[in-house]
Write a protein that binds this ligand. Sequence first.
Ligand SMILES: Cc1cc2nc3c(=O)[nH]c(=O)nc-3n(C[C@H](O)[C@H](O)[C@H](O)COP(=O)(O)OP(=O)(O)OC[C@H]3O[C@@H](n4cnc5c(N)ncnc54)[C@H](O)[C@@H]3O)c2cc1C
Length: 480
Amino acid sequence: MGCIDGKTYLERIDRLRNNVWINGAKISGNLSEHPAFKNVMKSQAKLYDMQHEKSFRNILTFKSPSTGERVGTAYLEPKKIKDLVKQRKAFQIWARETAGMMGRSPDYMNTVVMTFAACADLFGDKQGSDNMRAFYLNCREHDLSLTHTFIQPQVNRSSLYFENASDAVAARVIDENKDGLVIHGARLLATQGGMTDELLVFPTGAFHFDEAYAYAFSIPSNTPGLKFICRESFAAGESHYDHPLSSRFDEVDSIVLFDHVTVPWDRVFLHGNTDIASRLYTDSGFMPLQVHQVTSRNIVKTEFILGVLQSLVDAINIAEYQHVQEKIAEVIVALETLKALLTASEVHASIDTWGTMVPDRKPLLAAMNVYPKIYPRFVEIVQLIGASGLVTIPTERDFQSEIGDVLRNYLQSADRNGYEKVKLFRLAWDLAMSSFAGRQTLYERFFFGDPVRLASNLYRDYDRSEFVKWVNEFLNREEL
Ligand SMILES: Cc1cc2nc3c(=O)[nH]c(=O)nc-3n(C[C@H](O)[C@H](O)[C@H](O)COP(=O)(O)OP(=O)(O)OC[C@H]3O[C@@H](n4cnc5c(N)ncnc54)[C@H](O)[C@@H]3O)c2cc1C
């Protein structure tokens, strides 16, 4: 089969009839026609279509070694630096299509699956490792879309808190039988939950004493007993003029409920081994390969933000002011820093213990620590430069009404008429002010984990011993 097109994606998801809830009601009928999903699914479908476009095909896909069909580039296990370069180009072609706003474009999860298949022996027992490899092949050859849940519900984050089995909230293994593992409880937080073929479930990464939480598996999104409870939609309307970003790219987030869900044995990658569960993210290529995908997207997103900012500056002609130049320079510095970190990670890539060419994790960990801090600053800069222009934004219907001509005149800017000025400022508003914008900021702060603990990881991971030794030598230097 190989890589799919958008139509296949939409039809496949509609056929699944996933159990998806929003605003107190279960969605019946085609998910791709529901107001909360239809536009983001259309955007996702466009990405799949691009795999078949002549100008993108060679970058977005490669020839499957098992079938000869073209399959998605994120599924390529990198063996050479040029593979990483090809992947970066592919990630950025898709990111450009969504202005970097779809954090969960399919390449994100495809990279996860490729990474864990490449180090499948890490899962400990032969059956789990074979299942992981078979799952990867299934995803690659059928271009399955995936969502994932890697964390437990936010009930009590005290380090002293442990759930009792009797009143547990977090999903745990409650039984094993000839058909598989039985899972019951809740998990967070599946972005795109319900609008994908599969749900990948991995342990949290924190050390678990309780074997009932040490599991990894994937199941079809329509598995009996599985429910996706979505937040309200931020796709406020149909008009791309009024809501240029949210009307296209609102990837709904969901809570995942397991009601006595049976996970077939051939879909179980890990079960009961707390030691391996706590090492999955550190001992695999997950961190560098995933952050390579993420940073590639973040660069494109930052370029888009820079473009929006410069357009605002030109529109109201404020380039002469030094503080404005300084703010734009701040974004340029951030962009160039990210690009340099990504390049450094590729240039210093090396083969890891699993035989995969992985980018250097040091610059990527730096990039992953920087972005959650600079993204909210970008949003602040859009607000500081846009000022009241971010709220003087009548809708498309206002412009189509009898007051349209008046608005065109009175809302004009230095370089465009009122309709065009508001079009630009509505984009800036959807980037920095709307509910979609707020969710984007929260996403960039947290989606890859708590930034505080990301910094702790960097602290633990980064070898400073040479510098300490040097300082000691300096302290003990004998003056002549
Ligand atoms: C928009 C969005 C989309 C997401 N999409 C997904 C997804 O698709 N799949 C998925 O699996 N996850 C997803 N996530 C979840 C993401 O992985 C978590 O938000 C992140 O790991 C932080 O966990 P938490 O939200 O439970 O915060 P918490 O862990 O509850 O943290 C809350 C606060 O407590 C502090 N805190 C808690 N524990 C500690 C500790 N041990 N040490 C120090 N400080 C602590 C934190 O620093 C923070 O300030 C998404 C998150 C967001 C916001």
